[in-house]
Ligand binder design. Structure first.
Ligand code: NAG
Ligand code: NAG
Ligand code: NAG
Ligand code: NAG
Length: 229
C-alpha cells in the first residue's frame, strides 16, 4: 500500500498562506514513555480561526483524526501543547500499537494543509526473523531506460522502522515506501528508490540503513555498480 502522505500532499495542499515546516521524520520512544511530536510553523497555531487536528496512519489503516486541538482539559492520553511557532502533540504512556505516521493538519477558513509527518516508532521493532536485502540492477542486465530502481527490503518486523539511504554521503529519507502484511501478522517493508542511470553508474556506494530501535545500532546493506566485462 502506498503511504498515505503522498496522496495527501497531492490532493490537499490547497493554500500556501500558512506554512508548516518539515519535522523530524522518525521518532523513537520507549514503551510507557511520553512521545512529543512537533508540528512547526511560521506562526502561532491557535486562535484566529485556525484549528489543528492530528492525524494518525497506522499499518493497514487510512489516516484518521485522533486529536482535535480544542480546549484541552483532563487529558489522559493525548494533549496539544501550543508553542510560540507551532503545536506539539503529547502522547502519554505510549504503546507499540501506537507506532505509525503522525501528521498535523491545520485548517483555516479556506484551506487545509498537512505537514510532512513524523513516523513514531515505539519500543523495538527488531525480531529474530528480521532480514534486510538490498536489490539493485543486475550487472549483466541492459539498462534501457533513463532511470534505475533500487529497493531495500526489510522482512519480519512488527512495527515501522527507519529506513534511510546514503548515496555516497548524500542522505535521503523521503522515499517511496510500501508494506506487505504476512500471514503471521509481521510486516515486510519495501523502500523504493528511483535514480537517474548516470547516478547509478557514477556513484561509488549505495547504502540502505535500517534502524529498528533507539539503541544507536543499525543494519546496513551496501552495493555499487560494476562495469560489465
Ligand atoms: C514535504 O517534503 C517534500 C519533499 O521533501 C517537500 O517538497 C515539501 O515542501 C514538504 N512539505 C512540507 C509541508 O513540509
Ligand atoms: C476532570 O476530571 C475529573 C475526574 O476525572 C472530573 O471530576 C472533572 O469534572 C473533570 N473536569 C473537566 C473540566 O472535565
Ligand atoms: C554515508 O556514506 C559515506 C561513505 O560513502 C560515509 O562516509 C558517511 O559517513 C555515511 N553517512 C552516514 C550518515 O551514514
Ligand atoms: C535493536 O536493533 C539492533 C539492530 O540494529 C538489534 O541488534 C538489537 O537486538 C535491537 N534491540 C535492542 C534492545 O538493542
Amino acid at each position: 500500500m502506498l503511504f498515505a502522505k503522498y496522496l495527501i500532499f497531492s490532493s490537499m495542499v490547497l493554500g500556501a498562506q500558512l506554512s508548516l515546516y518539515p519535522t523530524q521524520r522518525f521518532l523513537f520512544v520507549e514503551i510507557s514513555a511520553m512521545a512529543k511530536i512537533p508540528c512547526s510553523s511560521k506562526e502561532k497555531l491557535e486562535g484566529g480561526g485556525i484549528s489543528v487536528c492530528w492525524y494518525r496512519r497506522r499499518e493497514g489503516e487510512g489516516p484518521t483524526c485522533i486529536k482535535k486541538c480544542l480546549n484541552d482539559q483532563n487529558v489522559s492520553k493525548l494533549a496539544c501543547k501550543p508553542e510560540t511557532c507551532g503545536m506539539t502533540l503529547e502522547i502519554y504512556n505510549v504503546q507499540q500499537k501506537e507506532s505509525g505516521d503522525y501528521y498535523c493538519a491545520v485548517k483555516s477558513s479556506s484551506y487545509l494543509i498537512f505537514n510532512n509527518g513524523t513516523t513514531l516508532i515505539v519500543g523495538d521493532s527488531y525480531t529474530s526473523n528480521n532480514w534486510v536485502l538490498l536489490l539493485v540492477p543486475s550487472p549483466h542486465g541492459l539498462i534501457s531506460t533513463g532511470t534505475v530502481d533500487l529497493a531495500c527490503i526489510v522482512h519480519g518486523v512488527s512495527n515501522p522502522v527507519q529506513i534511510s539511504w546514503n548515496i555516497s554521503g548524500d542522505l535521503q529519507e523521503q522515499v517511496l515506501m510500501r508494506s506487505l502484511k504476512a500471514k503471521d501478522g509481521s510486516l515486510m517493508l519495501i523502500s523504493h528508490l528511483s535514480i537517474p542511470k548516470d547516478t547509478w553508474t557514477s556513484v561509488k556506494i549505495f547504502t540502505c540503513e535500517v534502524k529498528f530501535n533507539s539503541s544507536g545500532s543499525s543494519v546496513k546493506k551496501s552495493a555499487r555498480y560494476f562495469e560489465r566485462e
